[in-house]
Design a protein around this ligand. Structure first.
Ligand SMILES: [Zn+2]
Length: 329
């Protein structure tokens, strides 16, 4: 909940702090950025700072408001939740925001609503919140967090202050991964490459106890993908089921594999490879595969990810993916 604990995102933090200093708070913000890029931390720190009784540009940590915030029970900072995984319904927006905001804050200066995954609000839900954003009560502040700005209605976007997260600097990420998380240099660099400026994503990978196994499994599958027979296909599928919980990371790593193959094909440079240890296998794949084939494979993985996002059947999606990756060699 502290700005000082956030790595990177200096522009957004500066914006929040100066708006507090100048007492020019907007009533509606959109924080836009990748999954795990730090949107929630930014929103929480801003909310805590706004509500802190000391009224400075960082939460004091000791007042009644800060203590409640730290315990996750602040009555005037409301995080909107939703029941179904892929949608925030119009009813949920009405009960948790539109109706609720009519009641004055219990004990703080503001009443702050944080809506994570705001892209899951369907158009009706977004229209329901529009009026609140247009004519909010003096004390009302709404923070919409989204990983897909394209899913937000233009009418909503135009009434919000839009803040985009930027990739975190490499050296800041390395410092965090090595000093705070005690990763070895090799592992820190692997997470860094994988996460591409998204510290949350790097932390998740580093924190994943299955991490080493996931990487081994991906390497195992990708090495022999072009020669998979029926038995091995079943074996690969079994692997993916085993890591079902980490399947997003799993597929990101598969993409990184092909990114490496592509890099090798284009530059022949080994230094920038994520999977340096697999250089000889990759070189062979880079020779066999056309640029178009590599691109198609990366697309196929992205498509499989999207399908799983909308709850497509796991086994079928994965089997199709493996067949596609095997096929156009
Ligand atoms: Zn405080």
């Amino acid at each position: 909940m502290y700005f000082r604990d956030i790595v990177g995102h200096e522009d957004i933090i500066r914006h929040f702090r100066s708006s507090i200093e100048q007492d020019k708070i907007s009533h509606a913000y959109i924080i836009s950025g990748e999954v795990d890029s730090g949107k929630k931390m930014l929103a929480n720190a801003f909310a805590a700072t706004l509500q802190c009784e000391k009224g400075e540009t960082e939460p004091c940590g000791t007042c009644k408001s800060c203590i409640k915030m730290a315990s996750g029970n602040h009555p005037d900072i409301i995080t909107v939740s939703h029941e179904k995984p892929g949608i925030i319904s119009v009813d949920e927006v009405r009960t948790q925001v539109v109706d609720s905001i009519a009641t004055k804050p219990y004990e703080s200066r503001y009443k702050i609503y944080i809506i994570p995954d705001a892209q899951l609000m369907n158009p009706q839900a977004q229209n329901a919140i529009l009026k609140t954003i247009e004519e909010p009560p003096e004390y009302g502040i709404i923070l919409l967090l989204t990983s897909n700005l394209n899913k937000m209605l233009e009418t909503v976007i135009s009434r919000c202050m839009v803040l985009n997260t930027k990739p975190v600097r490499e050296r800041d990420m390395l410092e965090y991964l090595m000093k705070k998380m005690n990763l070895t240099e090799d592992r820190a660099y692997f997470c860094l490459d994988f996460a591409q400026g998204n510290l949350g994503k790097a932390i998740k990978l580093a924190d994943n106890s299955e991490y080493v196994q996931v990487i081994d499994s991906v390497v195992d599958v990708m090495k022999k993908i072009q020669h998979l027979d029926v038995d091995e296909l079943a074996y690969a599928l079994e692997h993916m089921q085993k890591f079902k919980m980490s399947i997003n990371d799993y597929m990101d790593l598969m993409m990184m594999w092909y990114r490496d193959v592509l890099m090798l094909k284009v530059t022949g440079n080994i230094d920038k490879l994520l999977f340096k240890g697999e250089y000889s296998t990759m070189k062979k794949q880079a020779q066999v595969l056309s640029y178009k084939a590599i691109e198609d494979k990366i697309d196929a993985i992205a498509k499989a990810k999207t399908r799983l996002d909308v709850n497509a059947n796991f086994d079928i999606t994965m089997e199709l993916l493996l067949l596609t990756l095997k096929e156009n060699f």
